[in-house]
Structure formats: C-alpha cells, structure tokens
Design a protein around this ligand. Structure first.
Ligand code: PMP
Length: 287
C-alpha cells in the first residue's frame, strides 16, 4: 500500500511530498505538533489534543491554519487514506516558509500543515505493558516552556538515546532540585508505599499530557486519590509502583529505574487497573 502524507492541502505519496527548504519548522524548530491515538479507526481524546494544539499555537503567536472541523477532517482523511485502524496520527503546524531570519515573517506567511498516520501493533504494546519497561534518569536540559508542544525535541532525542544505551525504553528527566519532571515523551507517575498516586502538577516544566488528564479523570471515577506534587528519584525508587502515560502507550508500567527493580519488579495493580480503565474509556471515546 502506498502511504500518503498530507502537506499543505494535498495528500501525496511520501516520495513526492516536500517541505520548503526555508520552512521555519525545519530551520528554527518553529513548529508545534500533536500525536493522537487511533483506536479502531477512531481518534482518542481528539478535543483535548486540539485544545492543546490551540494553546501551543497561541503561546507562539502562530495563526490557526484552518478551522477545527477542517483539521479534524485532515486527521480522519489521513487515517483513512493510510488504512490505519490502530496506531497514531501526527499533526504538525509550523510558522511557515520565509527567507531565513530569526524575527517572525510578515503576517501573510501561511503556516505549514503536515499530517501523517502510522499503524501500531496493539498486541505488541500490550505485551510490553504486561512485562513493564525500564527507565533511566538523567538531568533535564530542556528549556523553560516545556508546556508548549514544540518540535524542538533534540534534548528528548539525546535522553532517549542515552536511555536505550542502558537498555531502558524511556528517560525520566530530573530537575536541579532532584525532582522528576516527566519522561522524554511521557508523563511520570508513582504509587507511594502508603498507596498515594502521585504525578507532578501542570506547569512550564512539563507537557500537560492529554493521557495524564484522562488518567486523572479515570482515577477519580474509580475512587482513587491522586496527589499532584513533584517527587524525587529516591521516592520513585522506593515506590510501590511506577508508570508513565502518553497517547501512544496509554498507561505503561515501569518496573525498573536505573537498573533497580521497583516493588516486586512486575507491573503494579494500580497501573494495570488504570491501563484497563483507560482502554475501556478509549474504546468508547470521541469519534
Ligand atoms: N511529556 C512529553 C515531553 C511528551 O512528549 C509527551 C508525549 N507527546 C507527553 C508528556 C505525554 O503527552 P500525551 O499524553 O498528550 O501524549
């Protein structure tokens, strides 16, 4: 099947799709993005992702490229053309193409929109979740506005590469006070020995994950108390269980941090319960 990608109003084969050499996303990382889970051909939590896209665009004074209905149409059409039933859809909006200059271009420069969809193997993700993953901690060297979902992802790439070098799938980033901010591409959670579910509060140091918010709602619906406060690496190492959340992995148990087993070294009951509850929610989620 020839895969198709949306670039500025047209669906093209990959080999024929092109971005302008002076697109500001390419030269300055002057672009924002979203990754939305596709489950059974439907978008999970689309309104929350599109709300966050609006916030990212507004924070950088990038004009909305089209109406929300039109964006939704692009997302659905990209999924349809690529016959993705389960996977993710990626949407990127840059400030557009203009002669290279740090200052913003004139207001009539149109944003560049790219959308692509990719199938995943749900059974493989489920097998990974059944085993749990390892994470590696490292200093958070990112900038001061991690709440904006920009494509400036080099620190995350470096962190993931370092994690992989140590056999871990994810990096947990640690601030100057020894507190975990979040994963390189996920939000970080612990369950304390007292049974308290803890995740860092929203703020400029983390991305307000859509999955994070839905898991907060899910936990509340299950009657599980969540405390939004920062936690240290030492607290995570001593936790009963730990896990991460993201659109592509939903709730993913973490069973090892820096080579040390968490709890009994197996996915914990709270993470598995939240994962299952999220799955039930997502199966009935927005179209
Ligand atoms: N934090 C960072 C830095 C991320 O890149 C991501 C995934 N895009 C998340 C958190 C999780 O966000 P979401 O649940 O919206 O995928």
């Amino acid at each position: 099947m020839a895969r198709s990608v949306y670039v500025d109003g047209r669906y093209r084969r990959y080999a024929e799709a092109a971005i302008h050499a002076e697109d500001r996303g390419f030269q300055f990382g002057d672009a924002v993005y979203e990754v939305v889970e596709v489950r059974d051909g439907r978008l999970v939590d689309a309104p929350r992702h599109l709300d966050r896209l609006d916030r990212s665009l507004a924070a950088l004074s990038i004009a909305a490229p089209m109406s929300r209905a039109a964006l939704r149409h692009v997302l659905h059409e990209t999924i349809r053309r690529n016959r993705v039933r389960d996977g993710t859809v990626y949407l990127q909006v840059s400030r557009g193409a203009a002669p290279r200059d740090f200052a913003y271009p004139a207001a009539d420069v149109a944003p560049t929109v790219v959308c692509l969809a990719r199938a995943s193997r749900p059974e493989r993700i489920a097998a990974t979740a059944a085993a749990g993953i390892a994470v590696r901690t490292m200093p958070d060297i990112r900038w001061g506005r991690c709440d904006i979902k920009t494509v400036m992802l080099l620190p995350a790439c470096l962190a993931k590469a370092e994690a992989r070098r140590h056999g871990a799938r994810e990096a947990w980033l640690v601030d100057g006070d020894g507190l975990v901010t979040e994963g390189a591409s996920s939000n970080a959670w612990i369950v304390t020995p007292a049974g308290e579910i803890v995740t860092r509060p929203r703020g400029p140091e983390i991305l307000a994950g859509v999955t994070r918010q839905t898991v907060l709602d899910t936990a509340a619906a299950l009657g599980l108390a969540v405390v939004e406060r920062p936690f240290t690496v030492a607290e995570a190492l001593a936790a009963r269980e730990t896990f991460i959340t993201s659109a592509s992995n939903t709730v993913m148990p973490v069973v090892e941090i820096d080579g040390a087993a968490i709890g009994d070294g197996r996915p914990g009951p709270v993470a598995l319960r939240l994962r299952e509850a999220f799955g039930r929610y997502a199966d009935h989620a927005s179209k």
